[in-house]
Design a protein around this ligand. Structure first.
Ligand SMILES: O=C(O)CCC(=O)C(=O)O
Length: 252
């Protein structure tokens, strides 16, 4: 691997890395964090206290600073340093387009205040869903460890899910994917519980032109390893009680 792809590289604006084949708006930054940063954050995720993990049937996850209660962030502790730096400051440093503000400039807290960490061993996915009304409609996902495809779905006119994805986004390790606007409100997203993503090509992957290493997928397949995703969002409602309790909680 050449040294440039082991390091991070930010675009001058999000417009530079907008996924142009998708409705408004999605952005993909292939080298958002360096290999070293990926390793440090992965270790922090792996070594988090056992009680941090919630085991679902096929997948486990962590929520920082806590789960939501009735769509509200009750525990308003700040995110731990390893989730803030370098990721949040980098997200906030990129203008939407030249001279403009960042993607969270109009969100209630001006920055993400919540992170969901999902672990996907091969053959693990997440059902198609929308993220709902608890969050400001900007989702920033950093991927660690492995590539996989995120599927985007449209509901049929009768409200049922059309099982065929309308688009697929390939997320490489160390990348940042941002979805907003129509993609947040009108489309569902999900990940197939498979070990190998197939039929990968310039014609089938919406962000093909923005990938770091398209040559890795020249045979049309992606053999999955365990992928960890960090999903950053701004929870709209934060409990005042949580704010008062905040200072007595210790950061962990
Ligand atoms: O892990 C991902 O990339 C998707 C996570 C997701 O869909 C969610 O947090 O709602």
């Amino acid at each position: 691997m050449d040294s440039s792809s082991a390091s991070f590289h930010l675009p001058t604006s999000l417009e530079v890395c907008r996924i142009r084949s998708l409705p408004a708006s999605a952005y993909y930054i292939a080298n958002f964090i360096s290999e070293e940063e990926e390793e440090i954050i992965s270790r922090k995720v792996e070594t988090a206290p056992k009680a941090r993990w919630r085991q679902l049937t096929h997948r486990r996850l962590q929520t920082w600073p806590s789960d939501l209660v009735k769509d509200t962030l009750v525990d308003a502790r700040p995110l731990p340093d390893w989730l803030e730096e370098p990721i949040v400051s980098r997200i906030l440093s990129i203008p939407l387009s030249d001279g403009q503000k960042n993607i969270f400039a109009s969100s209630p807290h001006g920055r993400p205040n919540h992170v969901l960490i999902n672990e996907y061993p091969p053959n693990t996915g997440i059902m198609p869903h929308k993220d709902g009304s608890a969050y400001y409609p900007v989702v920033c996902t950093v991927s660690l460890g492995s590539s996989l495809c995120l599927n985007l779905y449209k509901s049929k006119e009768d409200g049922a899910l059309d099982p065929n994805p309308v688009w697929r986004i390939l997320q490489e390790p160390r990348s940042l994917l941002i979805t907003t606007a129509d993609l947040y409100s009108d489309y569902l997203h999900g990940i197939d519980p498979i070990s190998t993503d197939v039929d990968i090509s310039e014609q089938t992957i919406a962000n093909w032109g923005l990938l770091r290493s398209p040559y890795l997928f020249q045979h049309g397949v992606n053999q999955r390893q365990t992928r960890i995703s960090l999903t950053y969002r701004d929870v709209l409602k934060v409990s005042k009680l949580g704010n008062k309790l905040g200072p007595i909680f210790k950061r962990s």
